[in-house]
Design a protein. Structure first.
Length: 564
């Protein structure tokens, strides 16, 4: 018979004890298990006699008390004998050094009586019982030893499982960081995500990332992101940095300090119980980072700091590795962002040089490329108010407008600057500039979305344009927009062969050409927009829009759509 009550044994431990009980029952004896409180949690009876549970509980408490008094955590060699006839064998079950339960074998009192058996038979019976008791005692000792070994194995498995779970979470975090390394992402957003994701794994009171910045012409660490209870002013940041560099130069991977095993190495604010700080190290020594290079030849461009571990007494080597991994990911992101910004500046410089070269070939059209780019953007933005259009598409229309006349670099300046009417041959030469421009840009992979606008900005809706005589919907949207912007700027600009039209005259001309030269929908959107405000912005040198009088600010954003 099997009886169980509430117990603190694991299900696997309880199942093994049940199996042991079933084995000893075959010898006609009973088996019981009591928890440290003396409660019988398992009773396996063979059916030959019944056990007194209260008595078994009492015997277990005595055995547990004796074991605790001996204070020998690894000793399971003693079998305690209880009862008037020492008929109850007891051993203490342990998990490492912790007492888990007491296991008891109840032999039954009748084993001490002869029950009318003749003396010779009785002596033989006693000898058999003595032998059986020795076997049962040995089985009980083996049970205790096996129980402890299994308990250790289960604990190790649990630890390994916990470590694997922790490692999995760390890998997920690092994957999240790498998958969010978009060069167009703002530093603050990425670094904040890194802090938030790290604190999902490592519970701390506060965490922060400090980066080197130039403030009033001086380098100092400023707070870039963080969360929780952490207060870092300029003075504390400088102290923290100097102590971190000292630890790094002493061969450490991080600054770790607490008063768990010994007093603090450094003085910290009273609220600090333990602290960790790791560097954000850059490999590029040519950059002007926060300080001189450290022992590994790297430059520190910032640091990550966290205080007061919540779920354990101190930060450890595992935390150091994780914090350093996250910090390295942040460095990669920051350096990639800087390289991307350098690349954009180089690209923008190239665009400025190209447009300047185009406009320099004809002094009467100077600034034309930038104006067409801005007017094209204006039309695209007005169109986006009526139908869906991604911001990236608007940026690309702007760049296409900027480069729409790049093919004129291959046209003889004498033709471009000719004051009189062009001959048919000269006009045929002019008409090649869209194809030439498209040919120049087609060799640049990032320019594939720019080419249609450059190639088709002189196509007409009625099919009478050039270079391919496209009509209606055959003309790509970018070509239609740039063609309209190009014509408006041309009409309102003074040329060698005519005076500039007024805005009103240019709009009237556009309206007359709707459905012929210009797309009717786009033309109507442009006419109905605040063209006079557009005109004022252009005449003011785009200062209200760019702030600097050139396309550097907006151009940097637009160029980012090409090279990311």
């Amino acid at each position: 018979m099997l009886e169980t009550t509430e117990n603190k044994l694991s299900s696997s431990q309880l199942q093994k004890l049940k199996s042991f009980g079933a084995r000893v029952n075959k010898f006609g004896v009973n088996f019981a298990v009591c928890n440290p409180g003396g409660e019988v949690v398992l009773l396996c009876e063979a059916g030959r006699f019944g056990s007194n549970c209260e008595q078994l509980a009492e015997f277990s408490l005595i055995a547990l008390e004796q074991t605790n008094d001996r204070n020998e955590p690894e000793n399971n060699d003693d079998i305690c004998l209880f009862g008037e006839k020492e008929q109850v064998l007891t051993v203490v079950l342990k998990s490492d050094s912790e007492t888990t339960a007491a296991a008891l074998i109840d032999l039954g009192e009748e084993t001490a009586d002869n029950n009318g058996i003749p003396i010779d038979d009785f002596q033989s019976s006693v000898a058999k019982n003595t032998k059986l008791n020795e076997i049962l005692a040995e089985m009980l000792l083996l049970l205790a030893e096996n129980f402890q070994l299994c308990a250790k194995a289960e604990k190790q498995i649990e630890m390994i499982g916990s470590e694997l779970s922790q490692t999995y979470e760390e890998l997920v975090l690092l994957h999240k960081l790498s998958s969010n390394m978009k060069v167009t992402e703002q530093d603050a957003n990425f670094l904040q995500m890194a802090c938030d994701s790290l604190t999902d794994i490592v519970s701390v009171e506060g965490i922060a990332i400090l980066l080197a910045r130039t403030v009033d012409k001086e380098k100092q660490l400023v707070l870039a992101s963080g969360s929780g209870l952490i207060d870092i002013d300029e003075r504390f940041a400088a102290i923290l940095y100097s102590r971190l560099v000292e630890e790094l130069n002493n061969g450490k991977e991080a600054l770790l300090d607490s008063e768990v095993d010994s007093p603090f190495k450094y003085d910290w604010p009273k609220s600090t119980k333990n602290i960790i700080a790791v560097p954000l190290c850059a490999k590029d020594k040519t950059r002007d980072h926060f300080a001189e290079t450290i022992h590994a030849g790297d430059s520190v461009l910032g640091l990550m700091v966290a205080i007061n571990r919540i779920d354990k007494p101190d930060f450890d080597s595992i935390d150091v590795k994780l914090f350093n991994s996250v910090a390295n990911g942040c460095v990669v992101f920051i350096e990639n962002g800087r390289l991307f910004r350098d690349l954009k500046e180089l690209f923008i410089g190239s665009l400025k040089a190209l447009t300047s070269s185009i406009d320099a070939k004809d002094q009467y059209t100077r600034g034309h490329s930038e104006r067409v780019a801005f007017i094209s953007r204006w039309i695209a933005e007005r169109l986006s108010e009526q139908e869906p259009m991604e911001e990236e598409a608007i940026h690309k229309i702007y760049i296409a407008g900027l480069l729409h006349d790049i093919g004129k670099m291959g046209i003889d300046e004498a033709i471009l600057r000719k004051k009189g009417k062009l001959t048919e041959q000269e006009f045929d030469c002019i008409k090649t500039h869209p194809s030439v421009g498209a040919g120049i840009l087609s060799g640049i992979k990032q320019m594939c979305d720019i080419v249609p606008g450059v190639l088709c900005h002189h196509e007409r809706i009625d099919g009478r344009g050039y270079p391919n005589g496209l009509a209606g919907e055959q003309v790509p949207l970018t070509g239609k927009i740039i063609g309209l912007a190009d014509s408006f700027d041309a009409m309102t600009s003074k040329r060698t062969y005519r005076e500039a039209m007024t805005v009103q005259e240019a709009l009237a001309e556009i309206e007359r050409e709707l459905g012929k030269q210009f797309d009717e929908k786009l033309g109507r959107i442009f006419i109905d927009s605040d063209v006079y405000r557009l005109w004022d912005i252009i005449q003011d040198g785009f200062a209200d829009v760019y702030g600097t009088g050139d396309f550097s600010e907006y151009g940097a954003v637009a160029v980012g759509t090409l090279i990311r």
